[in-house]
Write a protein that binds this ligand. Structure first.
Ligand code: PMV
Length: 313
């Protein structure tokens, strides 16, 4: 039976995507820019089978987004029933971009197992249609996702700017409002039009800062994009509040570290974990400090990783 195993890494957006363009196809309302991490991994094995079946961490599972992704692929390619077995080495659906690595690995494994002959841009488009941020995890290093095609493109390879990320886990449970639901609700925020209108300028400025390896400028843009997104979420009736007390304490700790000489900035997504992006010399101090913040359960350290790839077939 044809089988393929793919791995992919989550990515963390420095200029955020939050909101969908009107109409079908899961098209983002604005461009985004991300870094792909190395030590966090989704591994997905796909085999041709008698009927579709999904296993997450060896347990049978149902997932409407996986079902929709399969239907989308089957509308374009003849694909037999598939057995899909997937697992993460990090908490799932907790604001750590497990859907990004999950769909990047899934599309990559299906392409190989079913011999569909997709190029990376095509895999990125199908992954993005399943979960907006997943299109970016097809590529490694620093990655952009912008229109009009809305397939991701790599900007820098991991070794071209070896940034590191300390992830402070403050709560490993599943988030209570999914990204898709949160995005739809956010359209009701009075800030939504301003958020969408201002993202293109952040994206262009961040891309320039990355090309110039200008860490301080990137820090300013990334923290602003993150706080602006959370401001939008807070102003979404009845208020999307993904932070907990430990998240806030981490943000203050990161700013204090920067004021005392560390090259570090923060970002947060739709969950209470805090990601501290560092230049490598600053990573040990940042990791030690965040590990001691009350409420932080553990810290993970990652460098920049490669894109989704086949590891066995
Ligand atoms: O790809 P989704 O639907 O899980 O949305 C991702 C949203 C954020 O992580 C908050 C921002 C981003 O650009 O990754």
């Amino acid at each position: 039976m044809p089988t393929a195993t793919a791995i992919a890494h989550p990515n963390i957006a420095l200029v955020k995507y939050w909101g969908k363009a009107p109409g079908p196809g899961n098209v983002p309302a604005g461009p985004s820019l991300s870094i792909t991490l190395d030590t966090l991994v989704t591994q997905t094995r796909v085999s041709i089978a008698d009927r579709d079946a999904l296993y997450i961490d060896d347990a049978p599972a149902e997932d409407t987004k996986v079902r929709a992704c399969l239907a989308d692929l089957r509308a374009h390619y003849p694909i037999a029933p598939l057995r899909i077995e997937t697992s993460n080495n990090f908490p799932t659906a907790a604001g750590l971009a497990s859907s990004a690595s999950g769909f990047a690995a899934l599309v990559t494994a299906i392409d190989h197992a079913c011999d569909l002959g997709m190029d990376a841009a095509t895999r990125s488009r199908f992954a993005r249609r399943a979960s907006g941020s997943a299109g970016r995890s097809i590529f490694g290093g620093v990655v952009a996702l912008s229109g009009p095609e809305w397939t991701a493109t790599p900007i820098l390879a991991p070794e071209e700017w070896p940034l590191q990320v300390v992830v402070a886990i403050t709560h490993a449970g599943r988030k209570n409002v999914s990204s898709s639901v949160g995005m739809r609700l956010s359209e009701r925020s009075p800030y939504y039009p301003a958020w969408v209108a201002s993202t293109a300028a952040d994206f262009t400025a961040a891309r320039t800062a990355v090309m110039d390896r200008d860490f301080s400028r990137l820090a300013e843009i990334a923290e602003h994009s993150c706080l602006k997104m959370h401001g939008l979420m807070l102003a979404t009736p009845p208020g999307l509040l993904y932070w907990n007390a430990a998240s806030t304490a981490c943000l203050h700790a990161i700013r204090a570290l920067r004021e005392t000489g560390s090259d570090v900035f923060f970002t947060m997504d739709a969950g209470p974990q805090v990601k501290a992006v560092c230049l490598p010399e600053s990573t040990p101090r940042v990791a030690r400090t965040l590990a001691e913040v009350p409420g932080v359960q553990r810290v993970l350290v990652a460098g920049l990783g490669d894109g989704a790839r086949i590891i066995e077939s």
